[in-house]
Design a protein around this ligand. Structure first.
Ligand code: HH2
Length: 399
């Protein structure tokens, strides 16, 4: 759940474990619940029900950003969201986020009591950054390729993870430099991405988390879930949403943006109990053997086969570890070392990708309790026509 710490005059939000953000679309045309909460009293009642169901945050939106959506005038967006923000601020029981890309709407919402601006444009607009910084509010910086009207028209990336992470890093840094005290980043599921991009971004969440900012995540009821599950009606996609959000939670997401708050809260409670019992999760136990060095004969060249070279190997094993002081209850890392040594010195591989893959599979075979093996093979003396400190291949294999 989010907390807050004071740093001089500024409050910083702190995060531990995924908090749930309930969606309130005060719109006639949102993709899964358009029109259901368009009237202010229906939107407020829905927000209060979400707060009672365990949402720490409510995200109020007055303009749909679904693929193909057309923008609404600013006055209309204000007319839709302000009564909801004012009512929730008067309740004082939940933190209020406003989903907008307009500085004028953000300013009015913050004056009315909102705590966070959720900007699907990633605070690209300097005026938006100034409004949020002046209010000392938090912000979600989300990645979107293009604009809602056209963003799903054949989006393409050379390296979706590198491009999205790099974009988020630059956008978040720009916001921080302009004085926004708390910035969350969101990879923007469904915003100018193909299903394969979603899968890659979901798998890369631990790396995004490692950039050091809390990660917000929202796949709720979106198109890819419908395609994977064969469910056309967006309102019937909550079970699929929970599966994706479970992966996001394991990847270290701090905030999950959902339509079905009660379901998400229940799923997280069960997940917490299981993680505690099995020591799984982003902070999962692990054993790491780093910097093992061997002389091997890998490579495509004749000289490499004849003279060999030095290879360095790191192995990280995700494995639930016992509290007891008993070798039989844990993984014997001497066995793992012997396995790695045998693979690097006993055979010749033409490419280190194949070597890394064989090591990872061998490590998994060493002990049935090892759930994931991450193996890095370094080839510092790779035959290249220039100065290179190291060439590394990393593979991850799960049981
Ligand atoms: N998705 C939507 C809207 N805002 N904000 C963040 N940070 N992350 C998201 O993934 C995200 C978002 C789209 O979902 P929804 O609000 O349910 O639909 P619509 O835009 O049609 O109102």
């Amino acid at each position: 759940m989010p907390g807050a710490v004071r740093d001089g005059d500024v409050w910083q939000l702190t995060w531990s474990g995924p908090a749930v953000m309930g969606i309130v679309n005060a719109t006639p045309d949102s993709f899964s619940d358009g029109g259901r909460h368009a009237a202010a009293d229906a939107a407020v009642a829905h927000a209060r029900a979400e707060a009672r169901a365990g949402a720490a945050w409510i995200d109020v939106g007055g303009e749909s950003t679904r693929p193909g959506a057309t923008p609404v005038p600013e006055e209309e967006e204000l007319r839709r969201i302000l009564p909801v923000v004012r009512a929730l601020a008067a309740d004082g029981t939940v933190r209020i986020s406003v989903d907008t890309r307009r500085p004028g709407v953000a300013r009015a919402a913050l004056e009315a009591g909102a705590h966070l601006i959720n900007d699907v444009h990633g605070l690209r607009d300097p005026e938006m950054r100034r409004v949020v910084a002046d209010a000392g509010a938090a912000a979600i910086v989300m990645h979107m390729r293009g604009e809602p009207a056209t963003m799903q028209d054949d989006p393409r990336y050379d390296d979706v993870v590198g491009e999205v992470h790099g974009w988020l890093e630059r956008a978040a840094r720009r916001a921080e430099e302009d004085g926004v005290p708390s910035v969350l980043v969101d990879p923007g599921w469904g915003f100018g991405k193909r299903d394969a991009d979603h899968v890659a971004l979901l798998g890369s969440l631990p790396r995004l988390v490692a950039h050091g900012r809390p990660v917000a995540f929202g796949a709720s009821r979106k198109g890819s879930i419908g395609r994977w599950a064969g469910v056309a009606d967006p309102a019937a996609r909550d079970p699929g949403t929970l599966v994706v959000h479970q992966e996001a939670a394991l990847g270290g997401a701090a905030l999950l943006r959902v339509h079905d708050v009660a379901g998400q809260v229940q799923a997280l409670a069960v997940r917490r109990a299981l993680c505690a019992a099995t020591r799984r999760g982003p902070e999962q136990d692990r054993i790491v053997l780093s910097g093992m060095e061997f002389h091997g004969y890998h490579g495509v060249f004749e000289e490499e086969a004849r003279f060999g070279a030095r290879f360095r190997v790191d192995v990280e094993m995700r494995v639930p570890l016992p509290a007891e002081d008993d070798l039989a209850r844990t993984v014997d890392y001497a066995r793992v070392y012997a396995r790695v040594s045998e693979e690097v010195t006993g055979r010749r591989y033409r490419v280190i990708e194949a070597l890394a893959s064989a090591i990872a599979e061998g490590v998994l075979r060493c002990d049935a309790r090892i759930e994931t093996a991450t193996v890095r093979v370094h080839k510092p003396h790779a035959p290249l026509p220039g100065v290179v400190r190291d060439v590394t291949v990393e593979v991850v294999r799960r049981r």
